[in-house]
Design a protein around this ligand. Structure first.
Ligand SMILES: *Cc1c(COP(=O)(O)O)cnc(C)c1O
Length: 223
């Protein structure tokens, strides 16, 4: 392993340990978020043994997936879905975390997508945020199931509030999903993943704690 791969391996091991300490051993998968990092960073992560990678932007996911074609890995789409980008993503995405609209489900069904889908919940109601209000989640999940899609869980990105308030949001998301018979919960990022794991997260999405600060500023509205 080169030094980048060694650093990634050490950071990942530390996250694994913190996930285990929070009660997630054997339940919580770690998705390494590689947005804004070049494909070489993903390659280093692969040699460090990581297999699940998350990307926010369709073009970036497709470009890296093509560069790394043939590698044994799973891509997770965690960002806002633009209808025109969905078709290009289909051959590459193993888990869609951020489904937020009926028309996305309809397009995914038309493309006969068999991958796992999660519906993103938004508790803020703020303009420009991805996700559906909790009260609309059941209808969207039902719609996906009726279309023959494999809707397996919910995803949430918390607002920048104190950790205890985030814990409440994670717990509400899990309770809402369980009430609908769903078992996957994509919850928790670098700043709050232990809170999420304690509330039942099955997938944490970790960027900075594995790869360090991102090289470039994120475009506005990226979430
Ligand atoms: C960027 C991003 C992450 C990872 O964030 P970190 O704070 O770097 O761990 C997780 N989920 C989503 C939706 C993101 O946009």
């Amino acid at each position: 392993m080169d030094s980048l791969a060694e650093r990634i391996a050490a950071n990942y091991a530390a996250i694994e340990e913190r996930v285990a300490d929070a009660g997630g051993r054997g339940r919580t998968r770690i998705v390494a978020v590689t947005k804004t990092h070049p494909a070489e960073v993903v390659r280093a992560a692969l040699s460090a043994g990581l297999r699940d990678f998350g990307e926010n932007y369709a073009d970036e996911l497709v470009a890296k997936a093509e560069t790394l074609r043939g590698e044994e890995l799973r891509w997770h789409m965690i960002g806002h879905l633009q209808s025109r980008a969905i078709k290009g993503l289909v051959p590459h995405v193993a888990v869609w975390h951020s489904v937020s609209r009926a028309k996305e489900l309809e397009l995914l069904a038309r493309l006969e997508v068999r991958a796992d889908l999660l519906v993103q919940v938004d508790y803020t109601g703020a303009e420009g945020r991805n996700g559906v209000p909790p009260g609309e989640v059941a209808a969207l999940v039902d719609h996906g199931v009726a279309l023959g899609l494999k809707v397996t869980g919910l995803m949430v990105v918390t607002p920048q509030v104190d950790p205890p308030a985030r814990a409440g949001i994670f717990a509400s998301t899990r309770e809402l999903g369980q009430s609908l018979g769903l078992g996957e919960f994509s919850m928790g990022m670098t700043d709050d993943f232990e809170w999420a794991v304690r509330e039942g997260s099955t997938m944490v999405r970790i960027g900075r704690a594995i790869f360090g600060d991102r090289p470039a500023a994120e475009p506005a509205g990226a979430r």
